[in-house]
Ligand binder design. Sequence first.
Ligand code: WT7
Length: 650
Amino acid sequence: MPSNYITSILKENRIFYPPKNFSKNAHIKNMREYEKLYRRSIKNPEAFWAERASQLDWFKKWKTVLRNNKGFFKWFEHGQLNAAYNCLDRNIKKNKDKTALIWEPESGKNKTYTYEQLLKEVCKFANVLKNHGIRKSHVVEIYLPMIPELPIAMLACARIGAIHSVVFGGYSSDALKDRIQDSKAELLITADGSFRNGKIYPLKDNADKAVKECQTIKKVIVVKRSSKKIKMKKGRDYWYHKLINEKHIKDFCEPESMGSEDPLFILYTSGTTGKPKGILHTQAGYLLYVYQTFKWIFDIKDKDIYFCTADIGWITGHSYIVYGPLSIAATVIIYEGSPLYPEPDRFWRIIDKYKATIFYTAPTAIRALAKEGDSWPKKCSLSSLRLLGTVGEPINPEAWLWYYKVIGKKKCPIVDTWWQTETGGILISPLPGATPLKPGSATKPFFGIEPDILKEDGSKTKTDEGGYLVVRKPWPGMLRTVWRNPGKYKKKYFDKFGVYLTGDNAKIDKDGYFWIMGRTDDVIKVAGHRIGSAEVESSLVSHKAVAEAAVVPYPHKIKGNAIYAFIVLKKGNTKSEELKETLRKHVSQHIGPIAKPEKIQFADDLPKTRSGKIMRRILKAIAQGSSEYGNIAALADPSVVQKLQKEKIR
Ligand code: WT7
């Protein structure tokens, strides 16, 4: 299992209590309240969730809370509702003129939408989609940057019952192609470009390349975002702004009545095999879960201005920019662009500009911005902030303390939220008005969630002993299946222990606090992004110079982990720095810049068992600069190890 290097950089044993005035006004005010409700929720999760379900607007009430259909879980069956209706229409009654979205583009020329305006935009685009033949249960692929049209397109799909599948705008054309081919989407929504660091990223060119190999895509709708000249294919490509302004497009679109277990969206994520998995989330359970977690974990109040820096292309954006915040009528800031543009104080300036009260980001961003020095945040006031959050990877106490002192001025609790694409919403996290914080720990489970840590044989670990993090009971926000691959759902998540397997390594301390220590599988978390080592390996091997490749994580100061690739070249190729650069570019084009190997070591041979299996644990130890690679006697040629060790890239 991976070692807990991140939390060992600095031991911080202090406990940080919630400020008194924060607790006084919080939804959950102290640990007694938390524990009482938690016990009740675990004793009878169905009763707990049935009680909470009345917070959503239903067209028809459900009959059964939970049903286990041969290992596939169904929540709130026979209920009918619409997610977009819950995010928009029902908020209009009280919050018609409340700001729903504040969009900050890199240029700073912002745009805002009230709930009423957002509803109208969503309805218009829903009507456009219908006009182009999209109906309930059709799949729509969305490949857009962080612009308002992204949440609008998602909600428009939800409104008519189409299933959206958003692909992160930083992915390459190949990655987009793989996802479209698996989802079998009929329509693609993209833009002529996106902005990052003042440069334009060619989304439409990528989309064109991808669509060439995707027969299912009949139409492409293109948002005009930049001045980039692009080709529009007649009969296939349409401009978003033209369609939406056509005379016959009405301002209202009736929301489709959806069954609780009808699909809401597919989101692809990396796993242990080469191909990404389509994680399926459904209507009612997902929406209820993100609504409830958003309300209590972010302690949301009517006046809050909430800023989440995640891209909507990841689950964090789906759950805690779009569905969670909008279903509770919050005001959300979305930012398109780099945290360093034009200078490393962009986030802090955005907080001041809009008087943001809640800020949610990733540890990698905190580390990168802390590195730029305190002078940047110190030039800003940041006095509007009352709560901070982190997500995506373990946060080291050093970064936690910087965030707490320099950004939160010691008055903002930090919610370190642990969850996954598969879990739909946050499962382990402090409740900011109640939970005493230990830097580096995601603390305690949310209501209705029963996590545990198991040994290989399925027995429980002892206090402070690392093991497999599992979740014993189903919860409403959990994935329902892997798209078009139910066998994989069972195999990957339930076969090992019969309860939900997270893929993370964790421990519980004497106070019942959870410490997440990294992955137990071949998934690598690079700057909070989830990358499958097999995906990077197959990309490397697809290059003509490469015979074999193995990639492993190694600790990185800013990114948490970075990718270390061991590569055996085909005969006739010369080991050179140029070739390394070529291979980095190759992966970048194939998957996306986030998957580039930071370090590449050319090797003559890799450590293999006699049956030819590459022993990653040994490569991991070498990449991490450790000589504890365990037993090497099983290797076909043990001398390989010493050689690799000698040539290690520092
Ligand atoms: C993996 C899931 C959750 C939304 C974004 C990532 C790691 C996530 C934490 C945290 C330690 C964390 C885990 C998990 N992770 N949050 N607070 N502390 N590790 O979603 O891409 O599906 O990745 O991210 O390893 O399994 P994802």
